[in-house]
Write a protein that binds this ligand. Structure first.
Ligand code: SF4
Length: 355
């Protein structure tokens, strides 16, 4: 099955294009103090190595805004300035090289302030994300409007104000803290405008719960063709956010330059330590720059001959283990037996040959 992507407007964030049929870009956010330039640069560069394409930074004062200039000199990823409460920080961030500004309509909504920010964005050719969160969305009209409607209504009101200023370099996010409201809000907005959508669940939680919640919400939306860039918000290391986002895109066939490892869960029939093999293989692929984008490639690592040969034949290459050795398959054909201790080495060598 192929996903039919929603045809959204193309927006350029630094060197990265989102929207249209551009690849869905993975985003994350630094968790360092932005003004601590060396720590922030280090984290951005780690995020880039992990596969992040766009990074957002909290700009809570003018020191943070000014730090963007130095951070930009030492990093490659487009920088998104996350602005709340003080519209003047948006202008300072643009002046210091921000590639996109995120404004929260819940705390910056005066017409005069929006006008100033939009005029700075127009001048610099920088796009705006209208980023609503369920925790800060304002009531519009009836007090007890359901959350998805509140998010959509508030967003459309903000868009109208900005379009009146003849500005349409816009990205939208409508993040609720639960999967169902998030899905409903994005579905609604996707039907009434064609701005690209930044998908995410806000305050999704710790790594385990947050990944599951985000996978459900983002998985449903992406499978319907909705979404142009994603962030998996986690109360954890931002590298986990990027790994999770990659896995979501991979599961839906929306990433096509990676190496996908297919491995069985093991059971009483398995005679080898498959868990350690898969962990080692994944770790080596993730830490080898040239392999991270060496795909598309499917590598099967299977615990026994029940399903092993079938999956290994279906993949580009694979191993089906027996007692202390594995049958190695390449392009659907059984090639030879490999001792257990050599299997990771052999797989990596064969992957290198293909890429
Ligand atoms: S492939 Fe074999 S070891 Fe793996 S889960 Fe299936 S039966 Fe068990």
């Amino acid at each position: 099955m192929e996903i039919q992507r929603r045809k959204s407007k193309v927006i350029k964030i630094g060197k990265v294009r989102i929207g249209g049929l551009n690849p869905i870009a993975i985003q994350s956010m630094t968790k360092t103090k932005t003004a601590d330039v060396s720590k922030t640069v280090k984290q951005i560069n780690q995020l880039e190595d992990a596969g992040c394409l766009i990074v957002r930074l909290a700009i809570k004062d003018f020191t943070d805004a000014r730090a963007l200039k130095e951070i930009k000199k030492n990093t490659n990823l487009p920088l998104v300035a996350d602005i709340h409460f003080d519209w003047r920080l948006a202008i300072a961030a643009v002046e210091n090289g921000a590639d996109k500004i995120r404004l929260n309509p819940g705390n910056i909504d005066k017409d005069s302030q929006i006008k100033e920010v939009i005029s700075a964005l127009k001048y610099a050719g920088v796009p705006l994300r209208i980023g609503l969160n369920s925790g800060s969305v304002k009531e519009h009209g009836a007090k007890r409007t359901r959350m998805p409607e509140r998010l959509v209504r508030s967003c459309l009101g903000y868009i109208r104000k900005i379009e009146k200023l003849k500005f349409d370099n816009i990205v939208i996010s409508l993040k609720a803290s639960n999967a169902l409201d998030t899905i409903a809000a994005y579905r609604k907005i996707s039907r009434v405008c064609n701005y690209p959508l930044h998908l995410g669940v806000t305050a999704a939680g710790s790594v385990y719960k947050g990944i599951i919640k985000s996978s459900i919400a983002l998985g449903v939306l992406l499978s319907e063709g909705v979404g142009d860039t994603i962030r998996v918000s986690l109360t954890d290391d931002p590298l986990e956010e990027v790994r999770a986002a990659k896995c979501i895109l991979e599961s839906l066939g929306l990433i096509n330059n990676n190496i996908q490892i297919i491995s069985c869960p093991t059971c009483g029939r398995c005679e080898v330590n498959l868990v350690s093999v898969v962990k080692e293989l994944e770790q080596k692929i993730n830490s080898t720059l040239s392999l991270k984008t060496a795909g598309p490639l499917k590598v099967a690592v299977m615990g026994c001959v029940v399903n092993g040969p079938g999956e290994a034949k279906e993949a580009d290459m694979g191993i089906a283990f027996g007692k202390s050795a594995g049958l190695f398959f390449n392009q659907g054909k059984m090639v030879r037996k490999i001792p257990f201790k050599d299997c990771v080495k052999v797989l990596l060598r064969e992957i290198e040959k293909i890429k």
